[in-house]
Write a protein that binds this ligand. Structure first.
Ligand SMILES: *Cc1c(COP(=O)(O)O)cnc(C)c1O
Length: 395
């Protein structure tokens, strides 16, 4: 079967994948239809932190699928309360609102915090403002792209949703200056993933936390990519010892076996929602809850978060020995690593294609940055394998 031609003929053209057709995965490895093995250094944009087809998560999925998959929230199911308890215990949260995709979690947070702004902070109706950061990535809905600064994500899709203001990332003074009496929230990624693994200056989140508290502005951390062990901590906020008011998680929440996202919140904000004001047919379904419970369990039990920190350091040290003079910067936290080339001169895509030929799958972000983000179950030996290929291809 000619997958490329068929996809081109029948599929929307909204992705530009590497030309590799996969049909099997296990841990950090995936295989193509010819049986060739590759190390996965993307982890489905950090959705398979626990590794492909983790046996305990697969078991939870298959067992629950044969028992009860969907009730809708019109009725209760026996998995939801256990999911709530375990997730709140783990993340030190008070309340959870379960959704499916990351974009839905972002939309949910925006709705909730707007209502909090009107009912609790006393903002005049329809005046609520949310501050976000330039080069953010929070998803693909109309409202979310309304505050994107990426022309490709945005152009041709208007009219856009008002109520957002964008400031430079990593600049706490910019936040201070942007807050007005109508500001209800500041939403930010602790490390900007899609922008190219952009790590803010040390102390940024701490300052941001303080500014938000002083101004009664809700701090929303989008940890859909940075969360659940990716950066070497359960949540990236821990690197600066802060706690958000709302945290968004998704991607690895169900280990890549099912789409599950959630808004974690303190009680005051989440309690503004009443029956009928928000929901999702699939949000909080028993299959999603059972899979997410297993995914969280193995993340902790198998010490994947600690492994992410240790292996991330090791990987970063290895990347720092690259000699290619076109490399501008190598950076990372935990297993979220970025290799940036001098812009305009280097086509990162060509390197990704060549790495693929050599048995390593990763993806460029922008034209000049490669992100390395293997599943958190990676070992030193695996990283040596990756580094050998990277040295061979990049130099
Ligand atoms: C992937 C991502 C999203 C969107 O998640 P989807 O499941 O693709 O809708 C939102 N925010 C961040 C930081 C992400 O990395």
């Amino acid at each position: 079967m000619d997958h490329f031609e068929i996809e081109k003929k029948f599929g929307a053209n909204n992705y530009k994948p590497l030309d590799v057709v996969l049909n099997r995965g296990e841990g950090i490895w995936v295989w193509d239809i010819d049986g060739k093995r590759y190390m996965d250094c993307l982890s489905a944009y950090s959705a398979v932190n626990q590794g492909h087809c983790h046996p305990e998560i697969v078991k939870a999925l298959t067992e629950q699928a044969g028992k009860l998959s969907l009730t809708s929230r019109a009725f209760r199911n026996d998995q939801l309360s256990q999911f709530y308890t375990e997730l709140c215990d783990l993340t030190n949260s008070h309340k959870v609102l379960p959704m499916n995709s990351g974009a839905e979690a972002v939309e949910t947070a925006i709705k909730t915090v707007r209502k909090w702004g009107y009912t609790t902070k006393g903002i005049a109706e329809d005046k609520a403002e949310i501050i976000v950061c330039d080069n953010n990535f929070h998803g693909r809905t109309i409202t979310i792209i309304s505050f994107s600064s990426d022309p490709t994500a945005k152009k041709g899709f208007g009219p856009f949703t008002p109520g957002f203001k964008s400031i430079p990332f990593g600049n706490a003074d910019a936040l201070k200056n942007a807050i007005t009496k109508n500001t209800i929230a500041f939403m930010v990624e602790p490390i900007q993933g899609e922008a190219g693994v952009i790590i803010p200056p040390k102390g940024y989140l701490k300052e941001v936390r303080q500014i938000c508290s002083e101004n009664n502005v809700v701090l929303i951390l989008d940890e859909i990519q940075t969360g659940l062990g990716r950066t070497g901590k359960l949540l990236a906020e821990e690197h600066e010892g802060i706690e958000s008011d709302m945290t968004l998680i998704g991607k690895a929440l169900a280990g890549g076996l099912y789409p599950v996202s959630a808004v974690l919140s303190n009680t005051e904000i989440m309690d503004v929602l009443n029956p009928g004001e928000h929901g999702s047919t699939f949000g909080g379904n028993p299959l999603a809850c059972a899979v997410a419970r297993a995914a969280l369990k193995v993340l902790v039990k198998e010490k994947m978060i600690e492994n992410s920190a240790a292996m991330g350091d090791y990987f970063l040290e290895g990347l720092k020995t690259l000699k290619n003079p076109m490399i501008k910067d190598v950076r990372g936290r935990g297993l979220m690593l970025g290799l940036e080339f001098v812009p305009e001169k280097i086509n990162a895509r060509a390197y990704c294609e060549s790495l693929k030929e050599n048995g390593l799958l990763c993806k460029e972000t922008h034209d000049n940055i490669i992100r390395f983000a293997p599943p958190l179950v990676v070992t030193k030996k695996d990283i040596d394998y990756a580094l050998e290929k990277i040295h061979k291809v990049i130099g």
